[in-house]
Write a protein that binds this ligand. Structure first.
Ligand SMILES: Nc1ncnc2c1ncn2[C@@H]1O[C@H](COP(=O)(O)OP(=O)(O)OP(=O)(O)O)[C@@H](O)[C@H]1O
Ligand SMILES: [Mg+2]
Length: 476
């Protein structure tokens, strides 16, 4: 049932952009007062005086929400709930219950009701519940439709996005997948470069062969060469046996050269040679080896800038830059945040064997307002953490890190203390900003220094001077 996050956005309902509601209650007075209340808010409302009539209406119209009386004379409310869901499994139903029958309402929620309202109700609360249920219903529908559309076109089960730039990227991936053209993926850390690289591979005729990722930035330069090209026995002191290189492992498949911008110039020229004719030799070898490999490269630095600075070979840049896909940072496609959040809620609820978690409107608002320097990876980590820490289905803003709910974003608490000097206040602010960033980077100091655009040593000096205690990494 409530699979998705609570989302506020205009829907595409034909009756009313607010949504359409069906009231099923045998008491005319109740129907009328609910009708008036909801219509004044802008909802399209219809009513039915019996379960039978209600079911008939559901067959005729596409409602966003049903308000269902638990105690109808003609039908048992629980049976009716089941029948409604047999007709339309996605439809949100809020039960209306009389005082003293809350137990039944809870039972109804266990079998799929979205919520319950007790008579006599509080108008504000009722409207908030109706609003939340409709928003959730629409988000779910949208999710289902998007997933279906993407799955039909390409094999994109684990990628979500509905923003204009992401939809263009999905199209581009579909178009380039079938060729052997080299693809260059550019984007900040955590924007989904590796995910897109895999999608290209999986949608290509090479899908039955290997997708081989290699992080050219993290393998030491002298090891990188033998890793990529392999070596013969005795090629160097520790080469006690011959070994295949990743270019061979990826034969007929795809080689993903990650963080290509950090590769040294010597290695760049060696790679260039392979890109030109797909031939190379093992280290210490004498035979040329021919491979059929598709290259996808990724970078989170501006390669053109690197070229200008003489750090990246221009000819290699042009070889790689046949088809470029730019992955926009999450802050430039905020409309993807609710979808991604609900996608990760689903993933981590399942992974932790928990009932499906959902986020409240307030939580979503905080997520929408955040700048996401760590992009989708940061969002994924935040949701995972919230799911793991949650004790109930609703995830409130208290389960978000301070940096996201803005508890520490506002200027330092110290400024309210009369004895604090300007320097104390500034130091406190500095401490908070650094802690925030470290939290975003899972306490990885190297990443934090990179995002602050300062050398690691500078950051470490600050950490020491400000007495910041380095916490354990939550997750790699
Ligand atoms: N559009 C998306 N839909 C679903 N999950 C996504 C999406 N984009 C990114 N992710 C998830 O976010 C995480 C980071 O993505 P990925 O590793 O592909 O990013 P990256 O750009 O390669 O980052 P880095 O530069 O830090 O290596 C992964 O867990 C990935 O599954
Ligand atoms: Mg990556």
């Amino acid at each position: 049932m409530s699979e998705a996050a609570v989302i506020t956005h205009p829907g595409n309902d034909t009756h009313s952009s607010m949504g359409s509601v069906l009231i099923i209650d045998d008491e005319a007075a109740i129907r009328e007062s609910l009708e008036t209340l909801l219509e004044m808010e802008g909802y399209a409302v219809e009513s039915a005086g019996s379960g039978e009539l209600g079911l008939a209406r559901i067959g005729e119209h596409n409602f966003d929400l049903v308000l269902l009386d638990l105690a109808l004379p003609d039908r048992d409310g629980m049976d009716l709930l089941a029948e409604i869901h047999a007709q339309d499994p996605q439809l949100s139903v809020i039960m209306i219950t009389a005082y003293g029958t809350v137990e039944n309402a809870v039972r109804a929620m266990q079998v799929g009701a979205a919520n319950f309202i007790q008579k006599p109700w509080d108008n504000e609360k009722l409207l908030a519940d109706v609003h939340a249920a409709i928003a959730r219903h629409r988000a779910e529908e949208e999710n289902v439709q998007l997933k279906r559309a993407l799955k039909q076109r390409y094999n994109f089960e684990n990628i979500v996005g509905k923003s204009e730039p992401m939809l263009k990227i999905f199209d581009l991936v579909g178009q380039v997948a079938s060729s052997r053209s080299t693809v260059l993926l550019q984007g900040e850390s955590g924007t989904g470069k590796e995910l897109i690289a895999k999608a290209i591979h999986l949608n290509s005729p090479r899908r039955d062969h290997s997708f081989v990722p290699v992080n050219t930035g993290s393998v030491p330069p002298d090891l990188l060469e033998s890793t990529l090209f392999g070596h013969v026995k005795g090629a160097f002191t520790s080469a006690i046996a011959s070994k295949k290189g990743l270019f061979e492992v990826a034969d007929r498949g795809t080689l993903f050269l990650d963080e290509i911008g950090t590769m040294n110039l010597d290695m760049q020229s060696k790679i260039l040679r392979v890109l030109q004719d797909r031939k190379f030799m093992h280290l210490g070898g004498v035979h040329e080896i021919q491979v059929d490999v598709r290259i996808i490269a990724a970078t989170n630095v501006d390669l053109q800038q690197q070229v200008r600075e003489g750090k990246f070979r221009e000819d290699l840049f042009y070889r790689l830059n046949v088809i470029t896909i730019d992955l926009p940072p999450l802050r430039q496609r905020r409309e993807d945040i609710p979808l991604l959040a609900s996608f990760f809620l689903d993933r981590y609820s399942k992974e932790n064997a928990l009932a499906l978690r959902r986020i409240t409107t307030e939580t979503l608002r905080a997520l929408m307002a955040h700048s996401w320097p760590g992009n989708v990876r940061e969002l994924e980590n935040v949701i995972e953490r919230a799911v793991v820490l949650s004790t109930e289905e609703e995830i409130g803003p208290d389960l978000l890190p301070d940096s996201i709910v803005g508890r520490s974003a506002s200027f330092p608490a110290l400024q309210h203390r009369r004895d604090a000097s300007l320097f104390d206040i500034m130091e406190d602010g500095e401490r908070r900003v650094i802690i925030d960033m470290l939290e975003k980077c899972n306490w990885n100091q190297t990443d934090a220094a990179e995002r602050f655009h300062v050398p690691l040593s500078t950051l470490n000096q600050k950490i020491k001077r400000l007495n910041i205690e380095i916490r354990r990494k939550i997750k790699e």
